[in-house]
Design a protein around this ligand. Structure first.
Ligand code: SAM
Length: 215
């Protein structure tokens, strides 16, 4: 992924996909995400960060899939990506939304070390990466939105990360299939909304679950 032609084709596709999601990425944002993809592939040769390694797969299944959440962030200023793994969805969202602050956490040291190094190397100033599990993250620090992709059942996410939410905060959980069984297992006191997400170039089920405190 170092060839200039390959970079221009990849970034053009990413820009067009982002447009279809209602997001405008300028050249510098596209270049940062290209470089991030490149760093991810390189580190993945030594550390298991992701099973998706092709440039096309990273473009659709990591970058655009992550960005499909962007228009649901509302006016949130402080966000935490719980279980970010190789930096998804937190990194693409932080690059696309420079006016918001993103905290990225993961319980696996080697993954978060990569994410922190990449944030520093790419100078993504509105993102920080910290090695932590949600359940032991300081509960005094509150966020407008908790985001999570592919991080266990909803009831567990709520139990571990619910305390990090500001009073009117929301949990946005990205799921594949409609998580009806997981929704049935939610504790009282929380309201859930489910909507389909559409990822350009991807023919697969994607759902966004929004959890809020019931009033
Ligand atoms: N969100 C990334 C993505 O979609 O590519 C990674 C998903 S991976 C399947 C799940 C990640 O969540 C793992 O890296 C794991 O270490 C992390 N994780 C699971 N439970 C967690 C918790 N309670 N606190 C912090 N990280 C957690």
């Amino acid at each position: 992924m170092t060839d200039a032609f390959e970079e221009s084709v990849w970034t053009e596709k990413l820009g067009a996909g982002a447009n279809r999601l209602g997001i405008d990425l300028d050249e510098s944002q596209l270049t940062i995400l290209w470089r991030y993809a490149h760093m991810l592939r390189e580190r993945n040769e030594h550390v298991n960060l992701t099973s998706i390694v092709s440039p096309e797969g990273i473009l659709t299944l990591h970058m655009l899939d992550s960005l499909s959440l962007a228009t649901d962030l509302g006016d949130a200023q402080r966000l935490i990506d719980v279980g970010t793994g190789g930096g998804f969805p937190g990194i693409p969202l932080a690059v696309a939304c420079p006016g918001r602050e993103f905290m990225l956490i993961d319980g696996t040291q080697k993954k978060i070390r990569f994410v922190a190094e990449a944030i520093a190397a790419l100078d993504i100033r509105n993102a920080r990466a910290v090695a932590a599990r949600a359940e032991s993250y300081p509960a005094e620090e509150k966020f407008d939105v908790v985001i999570a992709r592919a991080v266990g059942p909803l009831a567990d996410l709520l139990r571990d990360a619910g305390k990090l939410l500001a009073p009117r905060g929301r949990i946005l959980a990205m799921k594949g299939k409609d998580p009806a069984t997981e929704l049935a297992a939610l504790p009282r006191g929380w309201a859930a909304q489910v909507k389909r997400l559409h990822v350009p170039g991807l023919d697969a089920d994607r759902h966004l679950v929004t959890l809020t405190r019931a009033r």
